[in-house]
Design a protein around this ligand. Sequence first.
Ligand code: NAD
Ligand code: DAU
Length: 332
Amino acid sequence: MRRLLVTGGAGFVGVHLVQHAVEHSDCQVTVLDKLTYAASPEALTALPPDRMRLVVGDVADAMMVDGLVASHDAVVHLAAESHNDNSLQDPSAFVETNLVGTFTLLEAVRRHGVRLHHVSTDEVYGDLPLDSPDRFTESSPYRPSSPYSATKAGADHLVRAWIRSYGIPATISNSSNNYGPWQHIEKFIPRQITNLLDGRQPKLYGNGQQIRDWLHVSDHASAIWAILGQGRLGETYLVGADGEQTNLEVVRTILAHLVREDLDVDLVADRVGHDQRYAIDSAKLRVELGWRPLFNDFEAGLADTIDWYAANESWWRPAKERAEAEYAARGQ
Ligand code: NAD
Ligand code: DAU
């Protein structure tokens, strides 16, 4: 594989995947990204210009996508609207990018017979009870809760249908929650870190007992790379690193690292339809492809992430006040 197209390559997961691809191969990467509010093109500027180029455009633009797919050997599809809370406010961009964008890409892939890896989320499986040992597997039923997860589930179904009906050479991965550098401060962990750096209280939805299965974003990138290179065509792989934590536990770890255990947490309005627990069984990925996460110590990975946000205020500061004003308007 010489020429790799990465949609959404200027987003949080995208910048780590592009960096991984440049470091672990000699391929040339083209990033197709609309540069929405969530993009961080500055994270790509350190890459050698002969290895990475950025094309600003919409994954739902059929003519542009057709030309790009035709001139590449493989595509990793990450472009999406990704935040549940935004999808509850206004789902329209989610339908446009996550569904119509995926359809547009699939048609180009079908025309040109190009290898596709579609990046999706564990949220397509809905949620699990808080007090059960169950975990999601590749055969869990689809049961999405939010407009975001419904559009991701719909996109997965489109990819599965294009595999079965048209035989496109594609794989799918469904990952648990990622954390690490370059994540937009609207998301849970960066929001709490930057609140604390600003002297604000951490904000927990509801009672803070919801559980997420945290995965370092670098480990997500290495998993995508393994599936792109060695995954069996037509298959789905779940990605996770056994990182279950309640939201309250995560906040307590951040408070301890910043030596602010004196601060109370602020219990704010709950998310409508809030998924209670996600948990991933990644045995298929580990056994079939030999993938292993490198960040097995969540507290250490979180400490590095906190330090990164403390050192990179100039990157997140412009987005902070607007995001907090939107949260405040919703009582969150
Ligand atoms: P993000 O919001 O940080 O980045 C999304 C990127 O897509 C941005 O650069 C944005 O500009 C771009 N984009 C949005 N609409 C576009 C369009 N119409 N055309 C072209 N580009 C567009 O999201 P992320 O966290 O990096 O997630 C990337 C992918 O990984 C998504 O498909 C998401 O569902 C999936 N995923 C993320 C996580 C996670 O925890 N972050 C976990 C599982 C799966
Ligand atoms: O599971 C994978 C998914 O993880 C990805 O598909 C999504 O793109 C990604 O955004 C993430 O979805 P979540 O909704 O789980 O992540 P978020 O960071 O929004 O919230 C994580 C948890 O923290 C969730 O239980 C809601 C809660 N929360 C969130 C915010 C922003 C709070 O308690 N307080 C907050 O201020």
